[in-house]
Design a protein around this ligand. Sequence first.
Ligand code: HEM
Length: 397
Amino acid sequence: MEVTKQYLRSPEFLADPYPLYEKIRNSNEVYHANELDAYWLMRHSDCDLLLKSPDFGKEIDDNFTSTSDSKKTSNVMEDPYRSMLFLDPPRHTRLRLLVTKAFTPKAVESMRPFVEEISTNMAKKGRNNFFFDVIEEFAAPIPAYTIAKMLGVPQSDMSKFKAWSDDAVLSLDVATGKEEQAKADQAQSNLLDYFQKLIDERRKNLTDDLLSDLIRSEESGDKLSHTELLVMCNLLLIAGHETTTNLIGNGFLALVRNREQFEMLREDRSLMKSAVDEFLRYDPPVQRVSRALYRDANFSGKLLQKGSVVTAVIGSANRDPEVFERPNELNIARKENKHLSFSAGIHYCLGAQLAKLEAEVAFNVLCDKFENPRLYEEPQWRKNSNMHGMQTLKIAL
Ligand code: HEM
């Protein structure tokens, strides 16, 4: 069996990557994807070890980023625009500490009424009488508006901001064409200009939003520099945008295809927290994350050499039968769900609580809106094998 880039982009794999993962997991626990020049770890215990050990990291060379499958992107190590997502300690530790002081559980929880308001409004709107596109009309706007509001983007700039963030994430898709790439670059540059102005304004007039807290954030006299603030705002926007959209989309598709689970959740909303964790496990928005080995290391009895790129296949680890009972079944009441969808170790998703809050609110609203959700047409999957999610998910009205 050979995992080629072409296969990773095939409609079959994009719609359902799990049969391939299962095949590899059953036959060969550590797999070398030749074309990607990376080892794939399929078991939960191996992935967990890779993500938690300080012997593996992100600063191998100028061309490595951990969300790509191989050494192919062009982020220069010394680049001041390299975000903490792509840094090791001590640089990562410093940035993470400063942002954690501002991005607190209290700041996240304070967003709940806003998320409830926009989700309810969007579910009411509807653009036609035939179908409701859960992605475009609902799941995509929620994360963009939420982070914008949290950072302190004024209401009057929201739609402009949302349009730029939609375009900026186009570049995350491997199948992006030249025209779309140009659009994404332009949107990214508009966003950076916008953040630049917003930071300058906030410095003069600090308020109670996240950006003001990021500016205030201090540890032993150390603060975020202007460029670091800029990069952090951008990371918070990009990292939480498509991922959260895909959590809502993939989770709702799973409910549509598992009617008895949908009815259970509709009847008993106290299952919401475990349901959201189960959606994350069952069909994770981020399928793979990679690390470079800083020493030789053993995974499932196979010795891999220092310098290798090794990928934790989250989509496979989340269905490892050694950890999860009946892993291919959706069970919204699953207990002790140890999925790796937010990664593990020092890079554990900073926005996990925010993403869960948004998803809980969104699923509550969707459960109220639909009594008997049916697909209007087959969903269209995005042409990105790692950021796993749909372009459209049309539910019949
Ligand atoms: C369902 C939604 C989300 C998923 C599945 C997700 C997934 C992930 C994963 C897998 C990583 C770690 C990558 C690695 O280990 O190399 C990560 C890191 C990160 N995420 Fe999320 N994320 C989500 C939502 C969000 C949101 C809403 C935000 C913020 C608004 C956010 C901000 C971040 C940041 C800042 C990091 C970097 C943390 C670090 O390097 O220390 N994410 N996320």
